[in-house]
Design a binder for this molecule. Structure first.
Ligand SMILES: [Zn+2]
Length: 258
């Protein structure tokens, strides 16, 4: 067995989506109000514990009901040089459903249409940061950022495919998708965003609220991460881009997507 020094342990930064005044999605059922921000934190804490038990280091971007800017969440992961960044979210749909299922997103910056939007945004962000920090050449930073995003695309895909292959939330496998999520854009390491289930779907919600099934869910996510860590990721995995998955079917999202 190879020895790992504690400092060289695999570090996972878990980002419980939303917080504080930013509730994320809201669902009311039988007089009870459920918020996305509460469920992401509930799940994140258990996922953290599970990953620590399995020998990983874990840092949460928030461990209280507080709104933290997305750029601070990713800056923390970058500063700590995390191996993986996982942002947890819940879907919600306008129509009534009982079971929605999970889907895992990775950052899409590959298509012409999205790369244009991304470039505009990167320019704006970099102008801001280079003005603040050293006033250095933003062209160099932009090239570096592109190289980092490019290098992280394949590992992110592997993690997303592995996690989605283990995660059993609804009857439907919603798959792995690419989209421009602001929170994924800021990280310098392989990153995924899990839409764990639908907040307004009773069966999905119960899976998170019930302690036993929540433990099963975090074990499934941890199994996916271990597949990546130990290079057992599935070879066959279709990643849908925004043109391929039905936008009309997509629910209104509580979180920020470019
Ligand atoms: Zn969200």
């Amino acid at each position: 067995m190879p020895h790992h020094e504690p400092s060289k342990r695999f570090l996972v930064v878990i980002d419980p989506g939303h917080g504080g005044g930013d509730t994320g999605a809201i669902s009311k059922d039988k007089g009870v109000t459920y918020t996305e921000k509460d469920l992401t934190l509930l799940l994140a804490r258990d996922l953290a514990r599970e990953l620590i038990i399995r020998g990983n280091n874990v840092i949460l971007t928030r461990n209280e009901d507080k709104n933290i800017p997305l750029s601070d969440r990713t800056a923390l992961a970058n500063k700590l040089k995390a191996n993986v960044f996982i942002s947890l979210h819940f879907n919600s749909s306008a129509e009534k459903i009982t079971s929605g299922g999970s889907e895992v997103f990775i950052l899409n910056h590959a298509t012409d249409e999205t790369s244009k939007r991304l470039a505009d945004l990167e320019n704006a962000v970099l102008k801001e940061s280079s003005a603040n920090e050293n006033g250095g050449s933003s062209n160099v930073s932009l090239i570096m950022k592109d190289l980092i995003l490019e290098a992280n695309l394949e590992p992110s895909r592997k993690i997303a495919c592995a996690v989605q292959s283990h995660l059993k939330v609804g009857k439907k496998d919603r798959g792995v998708k690419q989209a421009l999520f602001y929170v994924l854009l800021g990280t310098d390491m392989p990153s995924i965003l899990i839409e764990v289930g639908f907040l307004n779907a009773n069966l999905d919600r119960e899976k998170v609220l019930n302690t036993k099934s929540r433990f099963r869910m975090v074990a499934q996510i941890a199994n996916g991460l271990e597949d990546y860590k130990f290079k057992r990721t599935p070879t066959k995995c279709r990643v849908q881009n925004e043109n391929q998955f039905q936008r009309a079917d997509e629910p209104k999202r509580g979180h920020r997507k470019i």
